[in-house]
Design a binder for this molecule. Structure first.
Ligand SMILES: Cc1cc2nc3c(=O)[nH]c(=O)nc-3n(C[C@H](O)[C@H](O)[C@H](O)COP(=O)(O)OP(=O)(O)OC[C@H]3O[C@@H](n4cnc5c(N)ncnc54)[C@H](O)[C@@H]3O)c2cc1C
Length: 404
């Protein structure tokens, strides 16, 4: 129990929900996370996440010191300050640079492997994460609290319920059924290629250590992002946080192929029915006429880590009603990954909500007041994140067809 006996139920053990649980536990607030996956190994989520200055600060704020150190030690090894854009024959187009107030700080965390991040966020939370609990609905209780019901027939009572159940949030579906994120019309193949395979297949040297973007003449666009670890992640965890098993992973590239629905050459349903090998074949065919150094990318992609998604966005971002049900992350502000800020915004929510709910637990603030202030700030920075992501999505795919 927290100091005031406040009990927080978090629906969804993704990036945002787990970060919040770390923050609240660190502050001594009673928190339980309900996750529909059967366990931490049920899904591979091993793609690369760009981490912004705000995202890094929020992760640091929520994690205890040993996990902060582990975050730094398992982050991307090279600093990133821009991208190089090419046409499909690798003729350079332009090379915008990004401002990063962190400069070349040696302990900067500017990209993480999502599987590694998830394991770090789960460390120490074993007693409070309940797996195999699919949220179905919630109800307000006469005492001001809330009851969450799960598909297995169980339920839990809390003073606050945090909807951290992602872009297809069931909590949002119950409370705000019309607030679905809009489909932007862009279909994306996300994939992963082992670095050594890509280099062996002839990935040109200038693309090996940079964020590269290739603009195809047929409307396909390829983003290629290196993920290079400082040391072996398993050994690093063994040294800094004995007992924590991190996934075995070597250096890789995350490849992102964007195609507008109208240019897919197949109906949407057919695209989404493609499995990993099918998606790799689709992407290899789309890039078959490109520079020889790029053709190997999807031929060597790992099918089990290849998946297709529809880019979606909540626009505008609107606050939920101020009550015991509080939104966090993609549930309230889905945005396309083009801006690389969705997870950063979710952990920013987690840090802000940790502060707000800790103050409530300590009796320093009323719940309604704390939740209103949290949502006001969240809507402001999340709107910036959505707008920035949409600008980049529109820049890369001119036909992006929603969001105003
Ligand atoms: C390929 C890809 C690349 C990306 N790259 C970046 C990047 O570089 N930088 C960045 O900032 N963002 C990136 N994003 C976006 C980022 O992944 C999301 O914004 C982020 O994961 C949102 O966190 P969340 O906690 O809100 O939701 P999620 O991480 O999606 O977590 C939701 C959790 O809720 C669980 N859940 C769902 N329904 C239920 C239910 N009914 N009951 C119980 N549990 C449930 C799910 O199993 C899941 O664990 C990327 C996204 C993709 C797909």
């Amino acid at each position: 129990m927290g100091r005031n006996g406040m009990r927080v139920l978090v629906i969804g053990g993704g990036v945002g929900g787990l970060c919040l649980a770390q923050g609240l536990r660190g502050a001594g607030v009673d928190v339980t996370v309900f996750e529909r996956d059967g366990g931490p190994d049920e899904r591979r989520q091993g793609y690369r996440l760009r981490i912004s200055p705000e995202g890094e600060a929020s992760l640091r704020a929520c994690l205890p010191p040993p996990l902060r150190e582990l975050l730094v030690a398992t982050a991307h090894r090279r600093g990133e300050n821009g991208l190089d854009a090419y046409d499909e024959h690798l003729a350079p187009q332009w090379a915008p640079s990004f401002d990063d107030p962190r400069g070349e700080r040696p302990d900067k965390v500017d990209a993480l492997d999502r599987d590694v991040l998830r394991r770090i966020l789960l460390a120490g939370l074993e007693p409070v994460v309940r797996y195999g609990r699919t949220f179905t609905r919630c109800e307000r209780l006469p005492d001001g609290g809330v009851r969450a019901c799960f598909a297995d027939g169980s339920s839990a009572r809390g003073d606050v319920l945090v909807a951290a159940d992602g872009a297809n949030s069931r909590v949002r579906a119950q409370l705000l059924p019309d607030r679905l994120p809009a489909d932007l019309g862009v279909r994306t193949v996300f994939s992963r290629i082992t670095r050594a395979d890509a280099v062996r297949a002839g990935l040109p040297e200038p693309l090996q250590d940079r964020f590269s973007y290739v603009i195809g003449s047929d409307g396909s666009h390829l983003g290629l992002m290196p993920m290079s670890f400082r040391d072996g992640v398993r050994e690093t965890a063994g040294r800094l946080y004995p007992g924590l098993r991190l996934p075995e992973t070597g250096d890789y590239y995350m490849a992102v192929l964007n195609v507008h629905r109208a240019d897919l050459g197949m109906p949407d349903a057919e695209f989404f029915a493609l499995d990993g090998p099918g998606l790799c074949r689709f992407a290899a065919a789309r890039t078959a006429g490109w520079h020889p150094g790029l053709r190997g990318v999807f031929r060597h992609a790992r099918p089990e880590l290849t998946f297709g998604v529809a880019l979606r966005a909540h626009t505008p971002v609107v606050p939920w009603e101020t009550g015991p049900v509080v939104p966090l992350g993609d549930a309230v502000h889905t945005m396309p990954p083009s801006g690389g800020v969705g997870a950063n915004t979710a952990v920013r929510d987690a840090a802000a909500l940790t502060e707000a709910l800790t103050a409530v637990d300590r009796g320093e603030r009323g719940l309604a007041d704390a939740v209103t202030a949290y949502q006001k700030a969240m809507v402001e920075y999340a709107t910036e994140g959505v707008e920035m992501s949409l600008r980049i999505a529109r820049w890369s795919i001119k036909k992006v067809n929603a969001g105003g």
